[in-house]
Design a protein around this ligand. Structure first.
Ligand code: B12
Length: 226
């Protein structure tokens, strides 16, 4: 595949999101499939730069909430075409995550990207959606016995509840690992709140999760030998 064909498709995805033009995004997404391009790469280099630019326009006062909503609809129109075609690894026992966006926050695009990548990596994902009440994370972890809980927040006004959620999860299930993320979150905050890890994108999130599962499995094996 010639590099410039790929780049042209990324540009159409980006422009389509930016101009809230669902038709352009859907057609470009279909071309991603027709040309057998790497779906994850097209999301990262086409759709996401589009929504990031939307954020900048909103900050400058050139776009308002209505435009942001239409842009995110355009982005989802593309994801709906692409996501069903992501190759999934086989689901393996003892690889489960609970994921959700914290209470008061309805920004779920980032969370859905993370969810999709975990899904593709063979994890069983329990998705609580967005605006999730604090205790629901605790209850869902207990119900599913998931090894990792992933918390997402996109606003400085909502992210602080993560520290309380982490505290309550650790009280009930000390062995469970909590990973946090979202644009306003960083490694220092994650450490302050007592999170086990922080990742700024889906790739790093999966890398950490796989390492965690390997460690948990070896501890589990060790305790059965002892
Ligand atoms: C799209 C958008 C919306 C859409 C959301 C649609 C949807 N279904 O998600 C709509 C229009 C609904 C919206 C509404 C609002 N928004 Co808004 N929105 C955005 C925007 C433009 C993009 C966010 C986004 O999706 N980015 C793309 C994704 C892929 O990136 P991401 O979320 O960061 O996720 C990546 C990483 O962070 C990480 N990650 C994310 N979660 C997790 C979790 C884990 C565990 C890990 C490991 C990693 C991880 O991996 C992801 C993939 O790489 C941002 C601006 C910006 N620059 O971010 C503003 C922004 C977040 N919104 C903002 C605001 C203020 C609002 C409103 C309050 C506006 C209003 N006055 O009504 C409402 C909030 C409503 C609410 N209660 O939540 C502010 C927040 C400011 C703050 N306080 O921090 C921002 C920053 C804009 C701004 N500069 O002012 N918004």
């Amino acid at each position: 595949m010639a590099g410039d064909v790929r780049r042209k498709i990324w540009a159409r995805l980006q422009e389509g999101v930016l101009n809230y033009d669902e038709e352009i995004v859907v057609n470009a997404s279909r071309d991603v499939l027709n040309y057998n391009l790497d779906i994850y790469e097209c999301i990262m280099k086409g759709l996401l730069p589009g929504i990031e630019e939307v954020g900048e326009l909103y900050e400058r006062g050139d776009y308002f909430i209505a435009e942001m909503l239409m842009c995110s609809d355009a982005l989802y129109a593309g994801l709906n075409v692409l996501l069903p075609h992501i190759k999934r690894e086989q689901y393996v026992e003892k690889r489960q995550i609970v994921i959700g966006v914290v209470a008061g926050d309805i920004h779920d695009i980032g969370k859905n990207i993370i969810k999709m990548m975990f899904d593709a990596a063979g994890f069983k994902v329990h998705d609580l959606g967005c605006d999730v009440p604090l205790d629901k994370f605790v209850d869902e972890q207990l119900r599913t016995d998931a090894e990792i809980v992933c918390l997402s927040a996109m606003m400085t006004t909502t992210m602080n509840s993560m520290s309380e959620i982490i505290k309550r999860i650790k009280e009930k299930s000390p062995g469970v690992k909590v990973m946090v993320g979202g644009a306003p979150v960083n490694r220092n905050l994650a450490n302050q709140w007592g999170a086990d890890s922080y990742a700024d994108n889906a790739h790093n999130a999966i890398k950490y999760a796989l390492e965690t599962i390997t460690i948990l499995k070896s501890l589990d094996k060790q305790s059965r030998i002892d």
